[in-house]
Design a binder for this molecule. Structure first.
Ligand code: CP
Length: 307
């Protein structure tokens, strides 16, 4: 089996296309495992993994924990809300204390961009970035592109539009890097106030009209408005955002083709996407969640080989 070029998974930007293919091929094998009646393998027996979450999460935290347990790793969970961070302990002290309990790998979500990169410079364990602020969410992009590969056979040559709050989205940036490395054409679409100023440097198409974006694409990945990361008001109201950028069934019915609908979750139904689109036969939203476990098993397994 091929090796990864990295010791830590900090982002998609510093991975090679071969790394992505290696992760996908390994995930194919783990997906077969988790569809068996006996879903567990001993691959990470005697490896201890700490899931260190400084920000809320449902999918990513549960998916990592399940992936670790399916690989027979020992797992400890840390949530900053109920920790001594509240008493003033620093990030580095917190993680060093966790590691002194003989932990081999750290899966971390943090609101500060670069937090996992900082940790990787100071500690010996393998670090997996489970989302750092507005920067990257690499395992989300891996499971998203893996789900496109599963649905369409390959990612190369596909036209993928990412719609919504691009400026505040780590999912968008990681997806742009992953899709481009795999040879897809990438468009972003949203109100100009929610597009980053540096967007033209990323080599993506930009479209402000969501109907034109939907006409262009094979796959639409729809993002929520990340109000928790917005310090200023970027549009008049959620109702107005929904009127201009919310994807609904009428828009999809007006297309002369069928497109694949994706969303990383959590969904705000009725704002960026209507329920009849989120739950339609062309939606692969729950397949994305299912594939997240196999992708995270692959990432953890491959990084453990670098120890
Ligand atoms: N997609 C995603 O990161 O979801 P959570 O915030 O629930 O982990």
């Amino acid at each position: 089996m091929a090796d990864l070029s990295v010791k830590h998974l900090l982002g998609i930007k510093n991975l090679t296309e071969q790394d992505l293919q290696t992760i996908f091929e390994t995930a194919d094998q783990f997906k077969a495992v988790i569809n068996r009646s006996i879903k567990k393998v001993p691959s990470l027996r005697d490896i201890t993994i700490a899931n260190v979450f400084f920000e809320n999460s449902t999918r990513t935290r549960l998916s990592f924990e399940l992936a670790e347990k399916r690989l027979s790793a020992d797992v400890i969970n840390f949530s900053s809300a109920s920790s001594s961070v509240k008493k003033g302990e620093t990030l580095l002290d917190t993680v060093k204390n966790i590691l002194s309990m003989k932990v081999d790998m750290v899966v971390m979500r943090h609101s500060s961009p670069g937090a996992p990169h900082f940790l990787a410079k100071h500690i010996d364990a393998n670090i997996v970035n489970a989302g750092d602020g507005t920067h990257e969410h690499p395992t989300q992009a891996l499971l998203d592109t893996y789900s496109i590969r599963e649905k369409h056979g390959e990612v190369g040559g596909k036209k993928v539009v990412i719609i919504g709050d691009i400026s505040h989205s780590r999912v968008a940036l990681s997806n742009i890097f992953a899709l481009q490395k795999l040879g897809a054409e990438v468009m972003i679409c949203g109100p100009v106030t929610l597009l980053p100023k540096y967007i033209s440097d990323l080599g993506v198409k930009v479209e402000l009209d969501v109907r034109k974006a939907l006409e262009w694409c094979d796959v639409a990945n729809i993002l929520r408005i990340q109000l928790e990361r917005q310090k200023t008001k970027n549009f008049p109201s959620l109702r107005e955002y929904s009127l201009y950028y919310g994807v609904n069934k009428k828009m999809l019915n007006a297309l002369d083709k069928e497109i694949t609908i994706m969303h990383p979750g959590p969904i705000n139904r009725g704002i960026e996407i209507t329920s009849d689109v989120a739950d339609s036969e062309h939606s692969i939203i729950l397949d994305q969640v299912e594939n997240g476990v196999a992708i995270r098993m692959a990432v953890l397994f491959l990084l453990a080989q670098k120890r």
